[in-house]
Design a protein around this ligand. Sequence first.
Ligand SMILES: CC(C)(COP(=O)(O)OP(=O)(O)OC[C@H]1O[C@@H](n2cnc3c(N)ncnc32)[C@H](O)[C@@H]1OP(=O)(O)O)[C@@H](O)C(=O)NCCC(=O)NCCS
Length: 196
Amino acid sequence: MFIVAAPDKQAHAEGIFDLVAEQWRDDLREQCREGRIFHSHYDWRTSRVGLVDGKVVTHFGVYDLTVRVGSARVAAAGVNLVVTHPDYRKQGLMPKTIWSSIEAMRDRGYDISIVANAVENYYERFGWRAAWPETHYYIAPESLPNEKPDVRLRKWLSFSAEFVDCVLAGDIPEAAFLGRSPLGSTSRQTNAFTGN
Ligand SMILES: CC(C)(COP(=O)(O)OP(=O)(O)OC[C@H]1O[C@@H](n2cnc3c(N)ncnc32)[C@H](O)[C@@H]1OP(=O)(O)O)[C@@H](O)C(=O)NCCC(=O)NCCS
């Protein structure tokens, strides 16, 4: 029997990691465990997994991304790591997974949802619309200019990954981050922009 649920950290995380690693790359398993899912903005309440006899066969990942439009804060549901196990494709399991997540997005109060790197012609049926083209530029190192740029570069000295994590996770409020570090003067030395 197929059921859709919000993923449970204990019960489903490893199943999700296996599914995405099998679909894309082995190192994703470690990447998801070490950060991309476990220690990130991954929204456990709004993401969805599809389960057959307890085994994770679909995954629809949602990240809680608050973006700014002018001075407004817009709650954006960033979609990532969307996959159905190869043995279960073309059976309508991803649509069930996605509709359940869309309902959860509404309940959770997201204003908008964004899918980056979307497979073509799939998400429109659920209401997403193409918004901007994605362009990749590849530049060979030898083609880069040698002269110094005419902008002032500043080096970001961050010896504390935890500090950056806190800012990104919102544990240190933006206001405090922009005004004054709540961690005191020591953190100013270890986490600072500096001229070079
Ligand atoms: C894209 C993906 C998630 C779709 O998952 P799915 O569970 O197979 O989704 P669906 O059930 O909607 O099936 C996809 C296709 O099968 C068709 N289909 C659905 N039910 C079907 C059925 N019972 N019989 C025949 N075809 C069916 C759908 O119409 C759809 O085809 P279309 O896109 O040409 O309309 C899956 O193919 C996948 O994991 N791909 C690899 C990873 C990837 O590309 N992820 C997306 C990144 S944005």
